[in-house]
Design a protein around this ligand. Structure first.
Ligand SMILES: [Cu+2]
Length: 468
């Protein structure tokens, strides 16, 4: 199956969307059975593909899926037709770690589906998993029988079968799709995708760059490949679109662009998503767009489980700006979990004893954990160091849900290629003080106030406090 797909990838390498890295393939379903179905597009690898301009149907400004892509469609008798294939996939989380997930059309998450408000949408869903599945179109107003809850709205799609979903995309906004069948297992295995319904009027809420990604989490033991599907809260890999830092591409912008970032949360916990340097507004929620007069400025917005948020900002400050989940455990990779706290513990004696048995042994962090970002100790096969990634000034000491918004004066419109590290203007980088350091001036040293009083007045009071 894989080899026939690879052949088709090469064979189709000259076709339209294929120039962007999208391949079409016929696999286990016979060609006769597929004749009436739209071709199956797959993508090989976790590259961020450039926005795919619509070649049919109504015009829209396409999104950029972080380390992902958008699914091609065909128009047939006024319907916009897509073909999703649920199947086992291999996803690289970051160089050095590949995982065995379930997803759609060769990747987890599946491809982004982009339609226009008012489009009549028909989605063929072929099940190549070893068990039944369905797809729920999270957030969409649609006929009840198209909502995708197995048993409640439809019979489940058995392995080898293809089902058809048909509905009108009734309102513009940000949506997701995921199974509503054996949900705990299938979502823990990575089955999910993004959906954007663009407004009928292409100028409504128009931005210069429109990024999107899903938050997902996995529990994969170092050295293994398949997520532990029963884990409820104690995950060890926290991802943007099933990629972890330093495997996540930067969000590249031109200075003064209006930028939108759409985020959907399909993990088991909330994520306070934080942008450095510039303030943003939450412009869209699960229920649609927020009127401009009702938005408020933020630098962190909490995204709860099952929620979608669209944040927007003017990229007025050039630089390399960190963009990450503010739960510090969520910017760590697998090797950072379950380590004992060693701060203040003198481990020299025990280290020497263990080194006699295990030559590469080192214990973690008697002065904190920062040294873990610098050294690369031998790891089990197929896992990632707890924190890693190098910037122009040294180790970045991050993992998981972390990437960089790169704002550049000279980035061309529509150019998403990585411009490298920011060249800071002379005299604008924090620097080491090399002059003399005076003795700190202590307040109150000449007063008659006893020291014990200082402890009593630490908190400011609204009325006169005791030391006055
Ligand atoms: Cu988080």
């Amino acid at each position: 199956m894989v080899s026939s797909r690879r052949r088709d990838f090469i064979k189709n390498a000259a076709k339209g969307a294929v120039g962007l890295g999208v391949a079409f393939a016929a696999t286990s379903v016979s060609r006769v059975a597929l004749a009436a179905l739209p071709e199956i597009a797959t993508v090989n690898g976790p590259k961020t593909l450039p926005p795919a301009l619509p070649d049919s149907g109504r015009p829209f400004h396409p999104v950029v899926t972080l380390n992902g892509w958008s699914l091609p469609w065909r128009i047939k008798n006024g319907w916009k037709e897509f073909h999703l294939v649920a199947e086992p996939v291999i996803r690289e989380f970051a160089p050095g770690m590949k995982t065995h997930l379930w997803g759609y059309n060769g990747q987890s998450p599946g491809p982004t589906i982009e339609v226009v408000e008012g489009d009549k949408v028909r989605i063929f869903v072929t099940n190549r998993l070893p068990e039944h599945t369905t797809i729920h179109w999270h957030g969409q107003p649609l006929p009840n029988g198209m909502d995708g809850v197995g048993g409640l709205n439809q019979p489940q799609i058995k392995p080898g079968k293809t089902f058809v979903y048909e509905f009108e995309a009734m309102r513009s906004g940000t949506f997701m799709y995921h199974p509503h069948a054996d949900e705990m297992v299938q979502m823990a295995m990575g089955m999910m995708g993004f959906w954007v319904t663009h407004p009928k009027d292409p100028d409504f809420m128009k931005v210069d760059r429109d990024f999107c990604f899903l938050l997902s989490s996995y529990d994969i033991d170092p050295g293994s490949y398949t997520p532990k599907i029963a884990t409820m809260t104690d995950f060890n890999l926290w991802s943007f679109n099933s990629r972890v830092f330093p495997g996540i591409d930067p969000l590249v912008c031109r200075q003064n662009d209006r930028v939108r970032i759409r985020v959907g949360n399909l993990t088991m916990t909330n994520h306070p998503i934080h942008l450095h340097g510039m303030e943003f507004v939450v412009a869209g929620t699960d229920g649609g767009w927020i009127r401009p007069e009702a938005r408020w400025p933020e630098v962190t917005t909490d995204i709860a489980v099952g929620q979608m948020r669209a944040i927007e900002f003017d990229a007025y400050l050039p630089g390399d700006w960190a963009f990450h989940c503010h739960k510090s455990h969520h910017t760590m990779n697998a090797m950072g979990h379950d380590v004992p706290t060693m701060i203040g513990v003198d481990t020299k004696d025990i280290n020497n004893k263990i080194k006699n048995l295990i030559p590469d042994y080192m214990s973690m962090g008697e002065n904190g954990m920062a040294s873990m970002g610098e050294m690369q100790m031998p790891l089990p096969k197929n896992t990632l160091p707890m924190m890693t990634g190098n910037g122009q000034f040294g180790p970045i000491e991050m993992g998981g849900m972390f990437t960089v918004v790169k704002v550049r004066e000279n980035q061309k419109p529509g150019d998403y290629s990585d411009p490298g590290w920011y060249q800071n203007p002379k005299g604008t980088v924090a620097y080491e003080w090399t002059g003399s350091v005076d003795k700190p001036h202590r307040a109150h040293t000449d007063t008659k106030m006893p020291n014990s009083m200082e402890l009593k007045v630490r908190k400011p009071h609204s009325h006169k406090h005791k030391c006055e």
